[in-house]
Every structure is written in structure tokens, then in C-alpha cells.
Ligand binder design. Sequence first.
Ligand code: ASP
Ligand code: MG
Length: 404
Amino acid sequence: LSLVVQKYGGTSVGDVDKIKNVARRVVETKKRIDHVVVVVSALGDTTNNLVSLAAQISKTPPEREMDMLLSTGEQVSMALLAIALNELGQDAISMTGQQVEILTDTGHTRAKIRHIGADRVVQELRKGRVVVVAGFQGVTSEGEITTLGRGGSDTTAVALAAELHADSCEIYTDVDGVFTADPRVVPQARKLDEVSYMEMLEMAATGALVLQSRSVEYGRNYGVPLHVRSSFHQGEGTWVKSEDDIMEKAIISAVTHDFSESKVTVVGVPDRPGVAARLFGALAEANVNVDMIIQNVSEHARTDISFTVATDNLTKVRKVAGDIGEAVGAEGVNFDADIAKISLIGAGMRSHPGIAAGMFQTLADNDINIEMISTSPIKISCVVRGADGERAVQTLHDHFGLSD
Ligand code: ASP
Ligand code: MG
């Protein structure tokens, strides 16, 4: 039997007409495919609006209550879609994360899925129903509602697809697929027909917002092919799949950018064992993800440590880095929110030397200063001034010939 999981993002279910549209699309799918599971995000800007309501009341709302609040968004869209499907004569039932049994850890607002008990979904599918599942939410073994982090509906969909051994997972969105760069920054950016899980993971981790990173990890770990495509037309989007199945192997696949990070520099820390461990241990303790890290060569037994974090976490980081800085006898701590991280991604750079040099030269030719560099086997990231960010993306996209 064929089985597909479809995920519709917030813009695809932005209003009643769009929900009816999605319902028609699901009915069409059900004619071709035996079993259809649909995962939905909250309507349009719902989640942002809920976040802002809480922010008007408290700077530090309890995370448990944030999950109670945010999980309501998806409950609205799942019910409306199930109503729309029934209206079209398609038997359908909606289910919350708890009803499906999407069990997570207790990390409120960024919970990780531990286990999915999809028995009830399977039973409903066998009755010929379309099952509509609320994305982004789960439940702990204690029965507490959790959410999976912003963009988490993608992860709900791919995790369910893995659990149900779906033939594929279709991610419907308001763009045509995954692009060589953000088309709002690079108008000549090209839609990729296919991209490997590894490349997509790096893209998601460096600022491409189409897929939540964790959903790509699920896809890779369980070999679920992902199809990122538009909910507004029938055209093919981008397939995310295993590198071995990629037909046309490009050296460079994309240039991404991320303006959402800030740089923190702990200045003049004593150069002795344990300082970095203490600093990053405290940040981990405070649940702050650290991205790039650079430690300078020490002079006079003192050194600078710079790292980047999500600007959203800056309030927490100020406190933690300030405290630790003082405790270890650092000379000071600087914070800089005006940075951009620009990354070049491509599986082919493993076997083609000189890509990094080409990137640095292109930035130099355009008078763009590099402040931090980090690499993985298939990615090079540079931190530059925020004001240079878009120009850096454009010139790199051009230099590496990604338009044609
Ligand atoms: N509604 C949630 C968010 O806006 C989850 C999602 O859309 O994937 O982050
Ligand atoms: Mg999304």
C-alpha cells in the first residue's frame, strides 16, 4: 500500500480559502495514494502572535505555559482542515500530538521526539480516513504538552513519515522549493531539483529557513525522501535525498545567510586550562546553543574568545558570559549584534581544493572583511559586518556560477 505524509506550512493554511484549497489537494492525493497523513502548522502568523501576547505580559514566561499557549495554534488548523475534508466528502479525523502519542523529552519549547506510537493513526488510516495531525507538538511521559521548537511541524511530518514507512514526505510551502540562495537577496537564484540530506542539513543550520534541521536529520537517518514544493501550484519542487541518489552532482549547491546571530567576545581571559570549559559549560547549562567559536593566539598569557549565539538568547548570554568573565578574571565582554554569517555549501568541495580560497578572495575583491571563519567538510562559513551581508551573498552566488 502506498502512504504519503504531507505537511502544510502556516502560509499554506493562512485563511479559510487556503484551507479549502489544501483540502482539495488532499482529496486529489487520496485518489492516487492509499493512505494520506497530513501534518499542519498554525494558521499564518498565529504562532508569532501568541508569542507576542505572552511577551506583553512577561519577559520570562514559564516555558511550560508557553507550550500550553503555542500548541493551541496547530489545534485550530488541524480541526479546520478535518472539517474542510469532511465537507468535501472525504472522511477525515484530526489528532493532537498527545492523541497520536508523539512522546518527547521534557525540554519545553524545544523538545525532542523520543518515540512515536502511531497505532491509532494506522487504525484510522485503515478505515479509509485521512488523518490530520497537529504539527510542532508532543507530550512527555508525564502527560505534559511540549513543542518542538520553531518550525517544528516539519519534524513532526518527517518523524511520522519515518515511523509509518511512508514512500515520501511532501513539505508544502509558499516557495517553489529549495533555492541556490534566498531569492529575495539574489533574484537570479535557481531552484534546485535535488539536494542531498547532508547539504540540506548544512543549509538549514546556516540560515535557510525552508526546513527545520531536525526534520532533515530524521529524513537522513531513516531514508525518507523529502519533497519540498509549493502549495499554490502542481510543479515539482526540490527533492532532498541521499547523496548516492543525486543525479547531477554540483560542486557548490548554495549560498546561505543568517542575520539572526550575535558575536560575543570575552576579552583578555587568562590562558590556562579550564576557562573555555567553564564558559561553554555555563552556556550549555543555560540551554544556549553556541555556533562558531574562535580562540585567538594568546599574548602575555591572555587570550580572547569569540563565539556566536542566536540574538534571541542575548539577554541570557549577557548574564552568563558576564558572570563567568568576572569569575575567571577576564578584562571584559563585548556583544555585537550587527553581524551576518554567510555560508557556502556543497558536497563537491570535499574533492575540489581551492573553494575556500575562492570564497575569501571574492570577499576581499569586494572589500568585505572576514571576522570569523568555520568549516565542515562540505561547508565554509564567514562572519562579516551585517551591512555587507547581502552583498557577500550576491557576489559569492555570482562567483561560483550558481545562477545558470
Ligand atoms: N507554528 C510553529 C511555528 O511557527 C511550527 C511550524 O510552523 O512549523 O514555528
Ligand atoms: Mg516552516
